[in-house]
Design a protein around this ligand. Sequence first.
Ligand code: ZN
Ligand code: ZN
Length: 425
Amino acid sequence: MTDTMRPSAATGVVGRLAEIHPRLEALYKDLHAHPELSFAETRTAGVVAEELEGLGFEVTTGVGRTGVVGVLANGAGPRVLLRADFDALPVKEQTGLDYASTVTATGPDGDEVPVMHACGHDMHVACLIGALDLLAGARDSWSGTIVAVFQPAEEVGSGAQAMVDDGLFDKVGPPDVVLGQHVAPVPTGMIACHPGAAMAATDALRVRMFGRSAHGSRPEAAIDPVVMAAATVMRLQTVVSREIAGGDTAVVTVGALNAGTKDNVIPDEAELKLNIRTYTPEVRATVLGAVSRIVNAEAEAAGAERTPEITPLDTFPVLVNDPAAVKRTTGALRAHFGEDAVVDGGPATGSEDCGVLATASGAPICYWYFGGTDPAAFETAVKNGTAGRDIPSNHSPFFAPLINPTLDIGVQAMTVAALAWLDTR
Ligand code: ZN
Ligand code: ZN
């Protein structure tokens, strides 16, 4: 607790935070220095399992390949599922921190890639372990069952589903609520939660467009896939601007465009990788239909002799926060952190597979963001209109949540949210 925070029912439970903080900070730095790619989180899973055992949880490992589940049954009462994701990204860390990652690993394509906790999932783990420590140490002040889910492979959108498919809810029973949180590039101390469709659905696609190779001096002998791909990229920009209603939201990004090897060789194919964000099934269907139509029509316009291939890569469903669950959870967060600390930041175009745990078990979900950026730096950047450039966001090689007070706030938020659902005495 800092002296700016108001007393609440959870005040007693979080009283031990200062005592456990050094251990949590060391845990966070250790996880940050040892990031692991999606479904390769074996060391992380081992660290988490050991922590859970130390706190008296019943632990199951290997759920959905590398997932870890800890259960603490403490008498009659609600079953509350608390979730942290724990995978990292193929990003080369450039923060310059003394606990920065220098790790490399073999990526899914077989190439050696740098690995970094560039999305803050190490923070999520440290915060959840901290909350579990506080709750386990205050068992006489609540009753019910805590189900702690440490989920692999959020970044590829399949970790939550893998745990469900591996019988997560057969093992631990369906929860009464699913609670999760994500560190975000907003000022520390700020918590943001939006009822309803809170995070977008994602569809990632690989598109291969086929031409005919020839010498760079002889365009008449070629069907040029570079020009075909370039025209496609430009035309795809009209999907959102010309086919989606002004009141609806969608994003279409071409994040990768690869073709050719040399200036004087017209290649025989080009590859595009698309990332699409939507909030409703209707808008999603419109965008996917338009992408397919444009890709095929541009190939035809170029005289391609082979139909393009469109292959789905990762997909995430839309995350829909239950309005009643948001009201109950944010009410407790406001009582603890103060009325102004919790805002409705509106829907985010980011995606999350945490919602899968809720839809698969029939439980309501409340998922919120907590700030990890130095408030003074944030204020200066906003004043100068340079927040987009100066405040590193998730997935940036410079993403570095300010440990203090972000860690303590995340621990408290998860603890307070859990207590809002457990029976308290
Ligand atoms: Zn991420
Ligand atoms: Zn993330």
